[in-house]
Design a protein around this ligand. Structure first.
Ligand SMILES: Nc1ncnc2c1ncn2[C@@H]1O[C@H](COP(=O)(O)OP(=O)(O)OP(=O)(O)O)[C@@H](O)[C@H]1O
Ligand SMILES: [Mg+2]
Length: 258
């Protein structure tokens, strides 16, 4: 981990209306830095704003207030066109491997999607070579490429999702509950794969999970969110051995079984 900041969020706010009279802050004045090469975990109870925050960081939704900078450049005010080169360097692995893969597309085309969208490879031969390389990186066999998503297990589908996410050589990989839908054994395999790819490719990771035991395996630092705000952000070993905030202690007591 080096000390340069890859992504910086400053005073982000996002309010949602819940009925005619009331609204809630899904994200309420969040500022944080993600350092190049680190894995930052985002934890907190369901509904605390983790996905909303990650979508703002990825420019999928616009905040009501605040800014996001990536590689030192403020990107939150850029036009869609100006944003494209930055978007290719921040990619996402989703929670549900089944619904995040188009059932009508062959695996080859799913993995090729970002390569085509960001016009990364010129010739078909170069593209095919890259697809094979990605298939190998996520430990799938070459013969999977002409098959469809429904022919694969949950763990295999998530490997395909990871291959697609790393295809455009992103700097930042955002994993939103990426192993939550998998059973414990497959979870461990996918976590090991993510950890290996992170080191091999020099990725920076934002790893979102409600499961503190999963987070302890992968995180360098942990950011604890409650009601749209950060209540504690510290190195993982500090969070687990000497949590400061009452809410962090509560989360550890309720979820983490040493
Ligand atoms: N598009 C939307 N419209 C209205 N309310 C929304 C919208 N998206 C999120 N919310 C609300 O914002 C709050 C934060 O939601 P968010 O999905 O970010 O939480 P989360 O921490 O990711 O939860 P989970 O762990 O269940 O995935 C919730 O109260 C949710 O109902
Ligand atoms: Mg979520």
């Amino acid at each position: 981990m080096d000390n340069s900041v890859l992504l910086s969020a400053s005073h982000l706010k996002k309010k949602y209306r819940i009925d005619r009279k009331n609204s809630i802050f899904a994200v309420n004045d969040v500022s944080l830095d993600i350092f190049t090469g680190e894995t930052l975990a985002l934890v907190g109870e369901s509904g605390c704003g983790k996905s909303t925050l990650s979508k703002i960081l990825m420019q999928i939704i616009k905040p009501d207030e605040g800014t996001v900078s990536f590689e030192g450049k403020e990107i939150s005010s850029l036009s869609e066109r100006a944003l494209r080169p930055y978007i290719s360097r921040m990619q996402m692995v989703f929670q549900d491997p089944a619904s995040s893969l188009d059932p009508r597309m062959k695996i080859r085309d799913i993995i090729a999607e970002p390569l085509k969208a960001f016009k990364i490879y010129g010739t078909q031969a170069e593209m095919n070579e890259r697809i094979l390389e990605l298939t190998d990186m996520v430990e799938l066999k070459e013969d999977c490429l002409n098959r469809y998503p429904h022919e694969f297990s949950g763990g295999q589908k998530q490997r395909i999702g990871i291959a697609r996410a790393i295809a455009a050589s992103p700097k930042l990989l955002v994993c939103d509950e990426s192993v939550s839908a998998l059973d414990v054994c497959v979870q461990a395999q996918i976590l090991n794969l993510l950890k290996r790819l992170k080191n091999q490719l020099g990725l920076t990771c934002l790893f979102i999970s409600h499961d503190l035991s999963v987070v302890s395996f992968i995180a360098d630092r942990v950011c604890v969110m409650k009601n749209g705000a950060i209540c504690e952000l510290a190195p993982a070993e500090k969070i687990y051995s000497a949590p400061e905030h009452e809410y962090t202690k509560y989360l550890l007591a309720s979820v983490y079984c040493p």
